[in-house]
Design a protein around this ligand. Structure first.
Ligand code: BV8
Length: 254
């Protein structure tokens, strides 16, 4: 593992970038931190401080107290709608144009990659800006009242809920299949701003290594992935990615 302290690009990585044709990027909530969206684990502030996100983001929590869970997501939707994509999100949009094959996989539910211009985005854990019927599992765009309780499905009367994957729920099949396929067929895999704990997303970089790719981890802290990563670049994604991008575009066009 090559560790670089400042957000410089290790020489070895520049060589791989110049030859790479298929890139996969996996992002976590750290990439949205510089947009002012608190990371998943630090998301709890103010009146939400006393709640553990791991407890709230579960079907049991919604079953036991739908009102509380609905209010938590309304608060997070508010936070997200006030945020704007940061240089890290924008660098990934640029990077997509530099490589023949580029897959962006995110664990985030904030939709900031799409707002930055990334398309397509593989959303492993859904999207907080989409709402679905908890009975029919169908997306619902409008409903009566957006108060402090989960609204009712206009079709079946069931409770509406955020279209996200809660702990204990399976990931969307197509998204997971696409993530696994691209991971097993890439030259270079970036793990950016994720604590590399939540499964099955956390196993993707390990899969990438198994299938012969080099893995670059970008994080302000070490994670359980760090010792296995080919490269660990310590620094905020909003600083490191533009540096990598400028290096990549130079090597691609030289
Ligand atoms: C499932 C949506 C089948 C909701 C989320 C083994 C295999 C499969 C499952 C499991 C398994 N072991 C355990 C499980 C169960 C569970 C799990 O993984 N538990 C963990 C705690 C061990 N997994 C599941 O339940 C998954 N379902 O596999 O179904 C199944 C079912 C039951 C039992 C077995 C199998 C579903 C997981 C999805 C949960 N939903 N989100 C919502 O958001 O409300 S996960 C949620 O937490 C986020 O989406 C995100 O994915 C995760 C938090 O992770 P991060 O994004 O990494 O954020 P975090 O705050 O942790 O870290 C931020 C990082 O950024 C830090 O490292 C920090 O240093 C860094 N950072 C900060 N600032 C910056 C930065 N880096 C760079 N620049 C910066 N500026």
């Amino acid at each position: 593992m090559t560790v670089s302290g400042e957000p410089g690009v290790p020489r070895e990585l520049i060589k791989i970038l110049s030859k790479a044709s298929s890139i996969v990027v996996l992002t976590g909530s750290g990439i949205s931190a510089e947009s002012g969206v608190p990371t998943f684990r630090e998301a709890q502030t103010g009146l939400w401080e006393k709640y553990d996100p791991m407890e709230l983001a579960t079907p049991q929590a919604f079953q036991n107290n739908p009102k509380l869970v609905w209010q938590w997501y309304s608060w997070r939707r508010q936070l997200v709608s006030q945020a704007t994509p940061n240089p890290a999100h924008l660098a990934l949009v640029e990077m997509q144009s530099l490589f023949p094959k580029f897959t962006l996989i995110t664990q985030n539910v904030d939709g900031l990659h799409q707002r930055a211009g990334s398309d397509p985005v593989v959303e492993l854990h859904g999207n907080i800006l989409r709402t679905k019927c908890s009975i029919e599992n169908t997306i619902v765009d409008n409903w009566l009242g957006e108060g402090h309780e989960p609204p009712l499905c206009p079709k079946c009367g069931g409770l509406l809920r955020p279209d996200v994957v809660w702990f204990g729920e399976s990931l969307p099949e197509a998204a997971l299949a696409e993530a696994i396929h691209s991971t097993q067929n890439c030259d270079l895999f970036f793990s950016i701003g994720t604590s590399a704990i939540v499964q099955p997303a956390a196993s993707l970089p390990i899969q990438a290594l198994k299938f012969g790719a080099a893995v670059v981890e970008i994080n302000i802290d070490q994670t359980p992935l760090t010792t296995q990563a080919t490269f660990f670049i310590r620094g905020p994604a909003g600083m490191v990615l533009p540096v990598i991008l400028s290096t990549a575009s130079i090597t691609k066009h030289s």
